[in-house]
Write a protein that binds this ligand. Structure first.
Ligand SMILES: CC(C)(COP(=O)(O)OP(=O)(O)OC[C@H]1O[C@@H](n2cnc3c(N)ncnc32)[C@H](O)[C@@H]1OP(=O)(O)O)[C@@H](O)C(=O)NCCC(=O)NCCS
Length: 274
């Protein structure tokens, strides 16, 4: 489940390059990039762990298929619905709410294609969204290109309070408290979902092991938030352990999220069946 960005998103203007500074070429030296152009520079993409077991990287042209898989996997997830099933959207039909659910996952998936790592197995039977160590999707360019900025208009006032004022800060603070100095060193499993028809076939294991093999070699922790009480036993099989439980509290009943960390397994030593 997803800490998508750490700060509230504000609407992004289209003119990211300040025309005034673009008209001042005399102040530019070789290797001297004006601040307004620096916005366009992307961090180098993270190293993709070696592919195996039919795992492949999802490309930008496939973001809708990957998002559709996650939308199906998280169709009844309490946290995914937390921003949509709100009192000020009671008048919406289920079709409208589903469309928004899919739309949110399309933005999140696209942002991870741009700045993280999106993997799949089978014919989009399972999909994982990872944020590699030291990466995030907080920058305006990613928020703009992924469509994330539209959430400012698509979520209701209560949906925005839940998303921007409660969910994102809580996840951000919890990750910081849990990992401390290791926050920028860990792999973050933001979403993993297998379509109901594909479950129990080992898809999630393949997607998780694809990254944990590298994390082990590099001595890195992996981190996730589990939004479903039946999942921690599954993640324990991959070597994750529960650290704490946090609660979303604006919905009339508390919605728990289990915070789980997988410590790196020293080479030559196996843990959690891996
Ligand atoms: C959690 C989820 C991704 C697992 O996907 P999956 O492809 O069915 O998982 P796998 O087939 O790889 O099984 C993983 C392991 O969990 C075990 N397992 C599966 N269901 C289990 C259950 N109900 N209880 C205990 N263990 C279970 C499997 O035996 C397997 O262990 P093994 O490889 O040691 O035999 C999938 O159930 C899902 O998409 N759930 C809904 C979305 C969701 O909640 N995502 C996570 C939110 S953070």
């Amino acid at each position: 489940m997803a800490k998508t960005f750490s700060t509230p998103v504000t609407p992004v203007a289209c003119n990211l390059v300040d025309p005034k500074s673009a008209l001042k070429p005399t102040s530019i030296r070789i290797n001297d990039v004006p601040a307004s152009f620096r916005l366009l520079k992307q961090k180098p993409a993270a190293t993709v762990p070696p592919l195996a077991d039919g795992v492949r990287v999802v490309t930008a042209t496939e973001y809708k298929q990957a998002a559709a898989c996650l939308a199906e996997a998280f169709g009844e997830d309490d946290v995914a619905r937390y921003f949509i099933d709100v009192p000020d959207r009671e008048h919406w039909s289920e079709e409208e709410k589903w469309a928004l659910h899919v739309e949110i996952l399309e933005y999140v998936t696209y942002a991870h294609i741009l700045k993280g790592l999106v993997t799949t197995v089978g014919d989009f039977e399972a999909v994982a969204l990872w944020m590699p160590p030291g990466q995030n999707m907080d920058d305006y360019m990613t928020i703009f290109r992924s469509g994330m900025w539209r959430l400012n208009y698509r979520l209701s006032p209560e949906g925005k309070r839940r998303f921007f004022d409660e969910f994102l800060p809580l996840l951000h603070d919890t990750m910081h408290t849990t990992l401390g100095d290791r926050e920028l060193e860990a792999w973050y499993l933001v979403y993993i979902g297998t379509k109901p028809s594909g479950r129990g076939k080992g898809h999630a294991r393949k997607l998780v092991e694809h990254v944990t093999r590298l994390a082990d070699r590099e001595g890195r922790a992996c981190y996730l938030e589990s939004s479903n009480a039946s999942n921690p036993p599954i993640y324990r099989r991959f070597g994750f352990e529960e650290c704490r439980t946090i609660q979303l509290q604006r919905g009339g009943r508390n919605i728990p999220l289990d915070i789980m960390v997988r410590e790196p397994v020293p080479q030559g030593k196996k843990k959690g069946g891996l």
